[in-house]
Ligand binder design. Structure first.
Ligand SMILES: CCOCCOc1ccc(-c2cn(C[C@@H]3NC[C@@H](O)[C@H]3O)nn2)cc1
Length: 447
């Protein structure tokens, strides 16, 4: 057994998102988002589940903060529902929405927990989608107006901000693969949206600087790792394309001011032509204060001509998988983090999402989620390896505090360290809650 020790200033946290936990979808002046529309379109979400009630955290946030207090976390990452603030995306401000987030943030601060606010975690106002959504450049300015209001309203209370969660999911998963809202399947559309998202991020950072907000700002790309099946160049290049789709496509513009040529060339081969307006790349290339990184899984891959978008196939290695079917691949976590350090230097990094899906249910009031504890041990060990290798990790925020609406999987897939009974809304701390609590208290664990 080995002791895995973390730096003395390591921050520990949990993460959630508005549409996944709040419920109260038709309360407090909230407007309709694309996930309300998408989840209520038959066939899009398992069992026809939607976020109307979710975990009812809109009403139960005090209980949830008590759980966080007991857990001993330093930081709580949550997202704001844009349509609670601007029910139609722009125009009239909904004071009830602001009041809800003040209640939540005040409760966190009272309990010594730092709020980390994600401004956009996928719940775009339907009114803006009706005008083209992220494909319409007007949405960029609507977002900056929304962000400006939030910066001013919560100045002094919220000091860690994230512009976008997982722009790969917002653009490609939702507009090319099509399994998330709004469910388009168009590569040109998705790639142009990815560009507009990056411009949105850059303009929001510019606004943050212009307002001289007291705090730090970043964004939270999601990542994956694909280990080449062999040292054949075609396998290495194929894996590099998949990794680059998540990492370099979004991080090169922010940190280097250009898109990665190897991805631009590949998309061009697929018929994609990006419409980049004068000044866009300079706008995107704004210095950020920290980088959020989300990591869940990786694979072994090899070149396969004309397979999918990027000409690669997964080679089944019979790795253990979580209950959502994702291979458990902690080595990929280490590889992703060291690749980012090698490419972009010493940017402070918060792990803004890492966690696992295990659907264990309570038995006599206890949830024995040993799989999730094993996943945490493996990935926190990989994280420790990255820290010991010089990666500037400032904190680890696990996904998720509690079971919640897992998008197209509905309520069938559970990522929480707290179990939620969706009929009674009762919360039950899982074994992993107690393991994480001890790890936070010690700032180490025994592997
Ligand atoms: C037919 C092809 O189908 C491909 C499905 O492809 C994906 C990829 C990635 C995901 C995914 C889900 N999550 C967890 C969330 N991150 C943010 C937070 O809200 C969590 O709920 N991360 N990535 C889902 C589906």
């Amino acid at each position: 057994m080995a002791i895995i020790q973390f730096p003395k200033d390591m921050k520990w946290g949990t993460a959630t998102a508005s549409y996944q936990i709040e419920g109260a979808a038709n309360e407090g002046g909230r407007g309709v988002s694309i996930w309300d529309t998408f989840s209520k379109t038959p066939g899009n979400v398992v069992n026809g589940d939607n976020g109307d009630v979710a975990c009812d955290s809109y009403h139960r946030y005090e209980e949830d903060v008590e759980l966080m207090k007991d857990l001993g976390i330093d930081v709580y990452r949550f997202s704001v529902s844009w349509t609670r603030i601007f029910p139609n995306g722009t125009g009239e401000v909904n004071q009830e929405g602001l009041d809800y987030y003040h209640r939540l943030v005040d409760k966190l601060l009272e309990n010594g927990i730092e709020p980390m606010c994600t401004l956009y975690h996928w719940d775009l106002p339907q009114a803006l989608q009706d005008k083209g959504g992220w494909h319409n450049r007007e949405t960029i300015d609507a977002f900056v107006d929304y962000a400006e209001l939030m910066f001013k309203e919560f100045s002094g209370k919220i000091k860690k901000w994230l512009t976008l969660n997982e722009p790969w999911c917002i653009s490609f998963l939702s507009n090319y693969i099509g399994v998330h809202a709004p469910g388009n399947q168009d590569l040109q559309l998705a790639t142009q949206i990815s560009h507009h998202l990056l411009v949105t991020h850059g303009k929001t950072v510019q606004k943050f600087r212009e307002l001289a907000v007291d705090g730090e700002i970043g964004f939270a790309p999601n990542t994956t790792w694909l280990e080449p099946y062999s040292n054949r160049q075609e396998d290495i290049d194929a894996c590099n394309r998949e990794i680059g789709w998540y990492i370099e496509w979004f991080m090169d513009p922010v940190f280097k001011g250009t898109y990665p040529d190897f991805m631009v060339d590949w998309f061009k081969k697929k018929g994609v032509e990006l419409d980049i307006q004068d000044g866009d790349m300079e706008t995107i290339n704004q210095p950020v204060d920290f980088l959020g990184i989300n990591y869940y899984t990786g694979h072994i891959g090899r070149y396969k001509e004309n397979e999918g978008l990027l000409d690669w196939e997964m080679v089944e290695m019979n790795y253990d998988r979580t209950d959502i079917g994702w291979p458990i691949f902690p080595e990929g976590f280490y590889q992703v983090l060291t690749r980012i350090k090698d490419s972009y230097g010493d940017i402070p990094i918060y792990i803004t999402e890492n966690g696992s899906c295990y659907n264990d249910e309570p038995e006599n009031g206890r949830v024995k989620d040993s799989g999730r504890i094993n996943y945490l041990e493996q990935h926190l060990t990989a994280l420790s390896r990255a820290i010991e290798s010089g990666v500037n990790i400032k904190g680890y925020i696990t996904w998720s505090l509690m079971d919640n609406f897992e998008w197209a999987e509905g309520y069938t897939m559970r990522f929480g360290i707290v179990h939620v009974n969706y009929r009674t809304l009762e919360r039950t701390k899982k074994d992993s809650f107690y393991w994480y609590k001890q790890t936070i208290e010690n700032n180490w664990f025994e592997n």
